[in-house]
Ligand binder design. Structure first.
Ligand code: GUN
Ligand code: FE
Length: 451
């Protein structure tokens, strides 16, 4: 519970995809539950009296504005020590050479706590109010991540990684067998749930986390599908990320990742499918029908994907899509960086890349995304992907918010006073850095104060 308060100032959000709302001097009243109880626009008749009566009112300064908190739909928490390094090998070699040895170190829970505390604090400083985390195979380290998110006040979905295939996973880093993997997953779910007893809307949710099809035996996939049905937990996994992964499923199952995940019941309870670069139109129809979602990870895709997500198609077909940093396949903890990269690669896809090809044949015309669409992916799109009331300002939504302050000495933002408008919004989306995000709230609790 937080004490009820009110906040009044300019704000920007994209409650529906691609549609910016820029509101001047909006009054938001936050209840003790941390949810928005009332939003009153400056031109509403009740505005003056509500403002006068508002309890514990925070008034933004001219030039400051509020944004909804960012949603990171795909983070590998244990890969944080590797950020910005080790991007010189293709995915399947990168896992064996760098990533599995690093993740194995999280058998040491004290080490895990140190890394995870720094990660969670850093993501909050970058405005990530909700994160969807892969942990490691270790139950204790994964539960420690949940405890740290609760201590820091970050909303999270967290999964113990399940991976039992003896050919694909090294002896030093895998579940001992299918029964051990299922028991450890069930234990992690129970222990994370027990951290928030009696809470109707827990801030931290457990997620069932098959690493990806190559790491898991058929028995494990079937068992995790059954566990998803029993527990109602979200599922998170990687889907059709690279040529190698696509070829693996074609050879092993004669089907796409999406079709196989569906067959094992892993798309039925709000699955978050990282990457999904190679999904076909049929795959997208399945993802949509199951109410599952794609976590688009544009920075990571540059290194590991061999291709670009058909984002325009997925969005126009109504598939849920959010953004993921894919730390440390992606080299930035910032969802704004990923929103910018999503715009950039969609522009390159639209224009094409090869100057030797005639302009008329070079790109896929009409596939680029707008600034407001990129921002929606970073906020409300992520909320829809997870099925949570986050990523926008609305009555009943959680008060997860970022205060942008261009007035600090270290700010690179160049905004003079005046009404909020599209240009100012675009400037923030393209240019803001963590130093410009001077306060962050999650569920009404202030979790960062750099003012
Ligand atoms: N596929 C399976 N594991 C991983 C991982 O850790 N990162 C990425 N990007 N893809 C994966
Ligand atoms: Fe990943």
């Amino acid at each position: 519970m937080v004490a009820a308060f009110a906040i009044c100032g300019d704000l920007y959000h994209t409650p529906t995809r691609g549609c910016l709302e820029a509101l001047a001097d909006c009054l938001i009243e936050v209840g003790e539950t941390g949810r928005i109880e009332r939003m009153t626009r400056a031109d509403e008749p009740a505005y003056a009296s509500r403002l006068e009566r508002a309890d514990r009112l925070i008034r933004l300064q001219p030039g400051q504005c509020l944004l909804p908190g960012f949603v990171d739909c795909h983070v590998h928490a244990p890969q944080w020590p590797q950020l910005g390094t080790a991007l010189d090998r293709p995915l399947e070699q990168w896992l064996d050479h760098y990533t599995f040895p690093l993740e194995a170190k999280f058998a040491d829970t004290a080490y895990a706590r140190e890394v995870y505390a720094d990660l969670v604090a850093t993501l909050l400083a970058h405005g990530t109010t909700t994160a969807v985390y892969f942990g490691t195979v270790h139950v204790d380290a994964t539960v420690a991540l949940a405890e740290i998110c609760l201590e820091h006040g970050q909303r999270a979905l967290i999964g113990k990684v399940a991976m039992d295939d003896r050919e694909q996973c090294p002896d030093f880093y895998r579940d001992a067998d299918v029964d051990a993997a299922l028991a450890a997953t069930a234990e992690t779910i129970a222990r994370i749930r027990a951290l928030q007893p009696g809470e109707d809307h827990p801030l931290v949710l457990p997620a069932i986390t098959p690493r990806f099809l190559p790491s898991c035996t058929d028995d494990l996939l079937a068992g995790l599908g059954a566990l998803a049905r029993e527990t109602g937990c979200h599922v998170q996994t990687h889907c059709s990320e690279s040529d190698w992964e696509v070829a693996h499923s074609a050879g092993r199952f004669g089907a796409t990742d999406t079709a196989v995940l569906d067959r094992f019941g892993l798309l039925a309870t709000r699955a978050v499918l990282a990457h999904s670069n190679f999904v076909t139109a049929d795959d997208r129809a399945i993802i949509k029908a199951r109410n599952a979602a794609i976590a688009h990870c544009p920075l990571s895709n540059v290194y590991f994907a061999n291709a670009v997500l058909p984002l325009r198609e997925a969005l126009d077909e109504g598939v849920h899509v959010g953004l993921g940093s894919d730390i440390a396949g992606g080299s930035s903890p910032s969802i704004l960086d990923n929103a910018r990269m999503a715009m950039t690669i969609s522009r390159l896809r639209a224009s094409g890349m090869d100057a030797a090809v005639p302009a008329s044949k070079r790109g896929a015309a009409g596939t680029s995304i707008s600034v407001a669409e990129a921002f929606w992916l970073a906020t409300a799109g992520g909320g829809e992907a997870l099925g949570l009331p986050i990523g926008l300002f609305a009555e009943g939504a959680e008060f997860d918010a970022i205060l942008v302050d261009p007035g600090t000495a270290s700010s690179d933002l160049r905004m003079t006073g005046g009404e909020p408008n599209h240009d100012r919004f675009e400037h923030i989306v393209r240019c803001a850095r963590s130093a410009d995000l001077s306060a962050v709230w999650v569920r009404g609790r202030q979790v960062r104060n750099a003012r």
